[in-house]
Design a protein around this ligand. Sequence first.
Ligand SMILES: Nc1ncnc2c1ncn2[C@@H]1O[C@H](COP(=O)(O)OP(=O)(O)OP(=O)(O)O)[C@@H](O)[C@H]1O
Ligand SMILES: [Mg+2]
Length: 609
Amino acid sequence: MREFIGKTMALARPYRGRLALGVLFGILAGLASPLLILSIKLVFDVVFPGADQTELEKWQEALKNAPIFIQKLAAAMNDWLHSTHDRPSNGVILLAISTVPLAMLLRGVFGYLNSYFLQWVGVRAVTDLRKQLFAHLNSLSLSFFHQTSTGELMSRISNDTSVLQGAITNNVAVLAKEPVTVISVLCYLFWKQPHLTVLVVLVFPICMVPLTVYARKVRKGSAAIQEQYVELSKIMHETFTGNRVIKAYNLEAAVEKQFSTSATGFIHHFMRVVRSLELPGPMIEFVGSVGVAFILIYVAFWSKVQMKQSDFLAFIIAIFTLYQPIKALTRLYHSMVQARASSERVFELLATKSTVAEPANPVPLKAAGADIHFDQLTFGYGEKTVLQDIRLTVRAGTLVALVGHTGSGKTTLTNLLLRFYDPNQGTIRIGDTDIRQVSLHDLRGQMAVVTQETILFNDTIRNNIALGRPGATEAEIVAAAKHANAHEFIIERPAGYDAQIGEKGGGLSGGQRQRLAIARAIVKDAPILLLDEATNALDTEMERAVQVALDELMKGRTTICIAHRLSTTQHANLIVVLDQGRIVETGTHAELFALGGIYHKLYSLQFPP
Ligand SMILES: Nc1ncnc2c1ncn2[C@@H]1O[C@H](COP(=O)(O)OP(=O)(O)OP(=O)(O)O)[C@@H](O)[C@H]1O
Ligand SMILES: [Mg+2]
């Protein structure tokens, strides 16, 4: 718990000014509670005469160390009360009565400011946490995202932090005000009724028993609820993004059942938490009131203490004033337990290290005109080795084609060059620079990629192309679209470049999506070009047209091109054949064809003699 509080406080550190203000007003609001009791007693004394006036002298005694002006005020008030005989003047009565709303006002204003400032801090601290988590997740390597489901991450960022926010904003306000209320009211009680108060204090620990018993249940239940949320998010994310398949295979009923099972499981955990949260309050109240009843019995039958009515009234009010803050404090405790349970995974995620580390002192990379060297590279995603002993030099400004059976490791090789993963052994150098010494931003900034599956965002066509290089001009975007043979289908749409393309480019054909991805790579204008099946979704005629544009684009750039259709790779300066993660053949088309190996076989299958 202490660790959790430490982490939460660290979040509030940037806002410590307001935090201090909030706590200060909380203390003032807490101190206003006994003030209220005092004023009620004062009114009682004044309105029901016969009460002895030495009361104010006692006050004066108590105020001995208070600032002078308060002492003077008290003295004046004392004189005033003493100057009247049996019944104080109407003015005095009105003045005394007015102290009640005044005390109430003070308590209200302080309470408001207390809550306002602490919530101000709370919502900002949690927003910071959310931003921090999002940025941190973004910085993690691809392998992390392959291991963790998107639904889970979304749920962690929105639901888990919400619980923390709820705990902070709803309950932190309680933190300063209520303990001060309890302590100050107890002080008042000790001052007035030491004997009875000892009894009250003895009852307290009994009240705390239910609290600790239920705290564990709250924590377990809350953690389970967050897990259910994660489960729901996973199902939702997968269903909505894969809706096409769900529909095509009539899977609606199956996913609905899954969702419903998960959603119903939630009820059980939720009710468990509700019981654990709601039971201790009334239990404490009941135990407390039994305690009060015993005190009353004691006063009525055994006590020799002769109590003034007003004193007794103040005593009872004081005890009941204690209820609310104690109840609030139990809620606070449970909330903290809840927040801790759900934020555990958030802090865990924040502590996750990226498997692809940024260099501490990055060196600048100059990729233009530099050869790319793969040196004895070995790599596997898990146990299984996917690439083995890769030695390859890609000369600056040339086109190298990677060919091979599916699963032979072609995409993996480009993943390593982009540093989505680091090799297990060996190095990749661009020029003389090991890519691990370069900042990821710099490295990836010098490569334009068209991936095997085209990734588009639910935005306008223009913005999807402009992602290649933020700040690209309209003319550059249109020129790139023309190069990628996309301009025509774009202007056919009523909204043209401003047309929304739907989630993942759902409103476009596969070939149109691919041409947008190519346009994006063209806009990027990077010295290294990685084309992974960049034209596989196009028909032969369109492919030829786009290929012309790509050939144009490749001029002066270092290009690694992956294609199953060997027609597109024939003209490469170097063809590299991968088989089960090893380079088995390298050479030009003519050389490899003459060799009569794997390349020859692949080529003959596609172009039968
Ligand atoms: N994220 C991953 N985690 C674990 N294994 C992976 C991952 N990605 C790919 N693999 C495995 O690595 C091997 C090589 O995959 P890769 O994607 O590099 O093949 P490829 O040559 O590009 O195939 P294709 O021509 O079908 O695109 C495959 O056996 C694949 O199952
Ligand atoms: Mg691939």
